[in-house]
Design a protein around this ligand. Structure first.
Ligand code: GUN
Length: 744
């Protein structure tokens, strides 16, 4: 007996009665989320892996899973129990937790999968749900109709229709037991849409995505990604999504990035049976190994050769544990990546490990709107191929927008360059779209100067020059070409543009005219002459002088400026920065941003950087942030934003997320009377207390908090999208940054 087997982990604490069945999100990275599902057998932390336990053949004992591996939930098959008299009797008399000797969350499946493998099952729709309830499972599954990828549209439609037709009676039979409502639809996008919408309209607790096992077995991972993209955006966001039968760690990063919360794995045991090892990059056979692909605790003292010579049962048990350990460690890696805001970076890294995964990744991240040549003079890349081959990718734009829209930007910390894939990370796409949609230059601009050649922030290198240009050429638009795109100089320190950690040659790439022109157009400059200036190394002023000359502008860049002129220019630049940041980060229209900045004063630190922006009466409006180039709202700034709002105040909770919101200011969240005193004291807004919000609310974005009569209570940073605000019932909705004291 090994040492650990003496250690017994405590039984779980049941959730509070009023929380039963609720799902809350505690952290997120775009659509990837860490959550908690509240059950009578503990609060299940997600993403979670539910190992499949066959009640007849227990390769790894459920007790061992609980005690040793900290596994909080497992899945077993109620149909097998129902069919075997002995199991059925024990389960009904003692409950499923006792039968399995597992104190955590028990989910059961219904026999649908058996009907897919062996043909029809004999059990009734109500009967199997009632049985699951009678044995005390935490999450039961209705008898859905499996939609295979080789079925035609008519057959799949019938599966979708029949599954939905069984929903109401299954829910009735489940009573207060949480019930899985699977989404079917084969490989048909519209049928997945319909199934997700139909199943989502019934009060299920969890939505598994069904019919994907053959897709995964055939390694059609692009198809798998399409199924996720067709289903998840249409499901209620307050319910966890379970990928039915997905237990290969290779698929975890991509699935989690697209919003999956639960996985189940029979693979750990099935693969162990024929000597196969799971790894995050695929599957390996033990026959051929001298060393372990990953050295896991359970084999720390044994070589593959020693394990090969074990008795069959003993070897199978050890390899099943090995597979479980690998699977759990990849899941842990994904969870940490979500916390670190790097889940898409992990997806990108993992995509290189299997051609089918790479294909899926390229298909996902190569939106038709993605620019060929985001960086200059590329040859025909795999990304171009991915787009050209998949001509229907355009139909998926809405789903990709759903991913991009939820990304938090700006973020703190460096963006790690990882080759061309870097440029299609969804949070970078979000940052670029936000800039292009919201920033507004001057319609008068006819000429621009484009600085390039170093990593941001640029100010130390170009501030003097910008002051000089402001004084001598006030209509000339200064811009900076970063490796992530062209930005106005007033946003020189904005993340991610200013924060790319990359080899020097990525930053020093020769700027390409056609690319700059396209970028200028995206910023709203269609007919603007420009010249470029490399700011790295000596001789920058000389290069600037030549650039100005090429634009037929006065070019005496060495001409000194009087200190009053410098002071005025500095003030103009600070004003412009305050206006640009209000537009891009607070969604203010240019007119509003200018009105708010009128008469503004700047509190600067010793290095001359603006710490606070105050209005003419000395009231604190905003604080530019060093770490991400963002700008925090202060109470008076929030008040000013609210006063300038022209859009009617939100009156309800939206059912859709809507992005055509440019210039309408930060989203408003309306909270009820119970929440008002708490928000005024600066406490967070919890789900369930919001009466309304704007459809453009997005995670990581500043928002204003008001009561129903429109009075400002505070401001904060949204933790969710607008549809999530309408659907979630537990967890933090807005992290409050400022509360506005007593009623005025
Ligand atoms: N297990 C794997 N796939 C499925 C499915 O589509 N439905 C059910 N109920 N169980 C599954």
């Amino acid at each position: 007996m090994s040492a650990w087997s003496h250690e017994r982990r405590d039984d779980p604490t049941p959730c509070r009665a009023q929380d039963h069945g609720r799902f809350e999100v505690t952290q997120r990275d775009g659509r990837a989320r860490l959550g908690k599902l509240h059950t009578h057998h503990g609060v299940l932390e997600t993403p979670a892996l539910l190992p499949v336990v066959n009640p007849n053949i227990r390769t790894v004992e459920p007790r061992e899973m609980w005690d040793k591996y900290g596994i909080q939930a497992l899945i077993t098959n109620s149909y097998i129990m129902w069919k075997h008299e002995d199991l059925r009797t024990i389960a009904q008399n003692k409950g499923v937790h006792n039968l399995l000797d597992f104190p955590g969350v028990v989910m059961t499946d219904s026999g649908t999968f058996q009907s897919y493998v062996y043909g029809d099952v004999e059990v009734g729709v109500d009967e199997i749900v009632a049985f699951q309830r009678s044995i005390g499972v935490d999450i039961a599954t209705m008898l859905d109709v499996f939609s295979r990828p080789d079925m035609n549209a008519t057959e799949v439609e019938e599966a979708v229709r029949e599954t939905e037709a069984r929903a109401a009676q299954s829910l009735e039979a489940a009573g207060d037991t949480m019930l899985n409502g699977p989404v079917q639809g084969g490989v048909f996008r519209e049928l997945r849409h319909i199934s997700a919408q139909l199943m989502g309209s019934h009060p299920f607790a969890v939505h598994p995505i069904g019919g994907i096992v053959p897709v995964m077995e055939q390694q059609r991972y692009k198809e798998y990604a399409k199924i996720m993209m067709a289903s998840l955006p249409l499901l209620p966001p307050n319910r966890p999504v379970h990928m039915f039968g997905c237990g290969h760690p290779m698929l975890f990063p991509m699935s989690i990035a697209l919003g999956a919360d639960l996985f189940d794995s029979a693979a750990y045991a099935l693969f162990a049976r024929d000597g196969r090892l799971l790894t995050p990059w695929g599957t390996e056979r033990i026959d051929e190994l001298v060393d372990w692909p990953l050295l896991m605790p359970c084999v720390a003292h044994q070589t593959p050769e020693q394990v090969r010579s074990m008795k069959t049962k003993e070897r199978e048990h050890l390899l099943a544990k090995y597979n479980l350990e690998v699977t759990l460690s990849e899941l842990a890696r994904c969870k940490q990546a979500v916390r670190d805001g790097r889940i898409w970076q992990l997806v990108e890294q993992r995509s290189h490990q299997h051609p089918a995964l790479r294909e899926a990744f390229l298909w996902l991240t190569t939106a038709p709107s993605f620019e060929r040549n985001l960086r200059p003079e590329r040859f025909y890349t795999d990304r171009d191929a991915a787009r050209d081959i998949d001509r229907d990718r355009g139909m998926w734009e809405d789903a990709w927008d759903w991913v991009v829209w939820s990304q938090q930007t700006p973020r703190s910390g460096g963006i790690q360059w990882g080759g061309d894939d870097t440029f299609s990370r969804p949070h970078i796409a979000k940052a670029r779209r936000t800039l292009h949609m919201r920033w507004e230059g001057s319609g008068e601009t006819k000429q621009a100067i484009v600085f390039h050649g170093i990593r941001g922030p640029f100010r130390d290198r170009i501030n003097d020059v910008l002051e000089w240009l402001d004084h001598h050429h006030p209509t000339l638009q200064p811009l900076i070409l970063t490796s992530l795109g062209l930005i106005p100089a007033s946003l020189e320190d904005l993340n991610p543009f200013a924060h790319l950690d990359a080899p020097a040659w990525v930053l020093r790439h020769e700027p390409e005219t056609a690319w700059i022109q396209r970028e200028l157009q995206r910023l709203g400059f269609s007919d603007v002459a420009f010249a470029t200036v490399d700011v790295a190394g000596d001789g920058m002023k000389q290069r600037l002088s030549e650039a100005l000359e090429s634009l037929n502008l006065a070019n005496e860049v060495h001409q000194p400026m009087e200190s009053s002129q410098r002071e005025e220019a500095r003030n103009n630049l600070r004003m412009r920065q305050g206006i640009a940041k209000q537009m891009v980060l607070l969604n203010a229209s240019k007119d509003v941003a200018m009105a708010i900045m009128e008469g503004a004063e700047f509190v600067v630190n010793r290095e001359g950087r603006v710490k606070n922006i105050n209005d003419g009466q000395g009231q604190h409006l905003f604080s530019p942030r060093l770490r991400d180039g963002g700008m925090s709202l202060a109470n008076a700034g929030a008040q000013a934003m609210l006063q300038h709002r022209l859009e009617p105040k939100p009156t309800g909770l939206p059912r859709t997320e809507w992005w055509g919101h440019v210039g309408k200011g930060p989203a408003i969240v309306v909270v009820d009377d119970d929440a008002e005193p708490f928000v005024r004291k600066g406490r967070n807004v919890f789900h369930g207390f919001a009466l309304g919000c704007d459809p453009w609310l997005a995670p990581g974005q500043p928002c204003l908090i008001t009561n129903a009569s429109g009075q400002l209570l505070g401001h904060g940073v949204a933790q969710c999208t607008s549809t999530e605000m309408g659907a979630m019932t537990k967890g933090i909705a807005v992290k409050t940054r400022g509360g506005i004291g007593k009623e005025n």
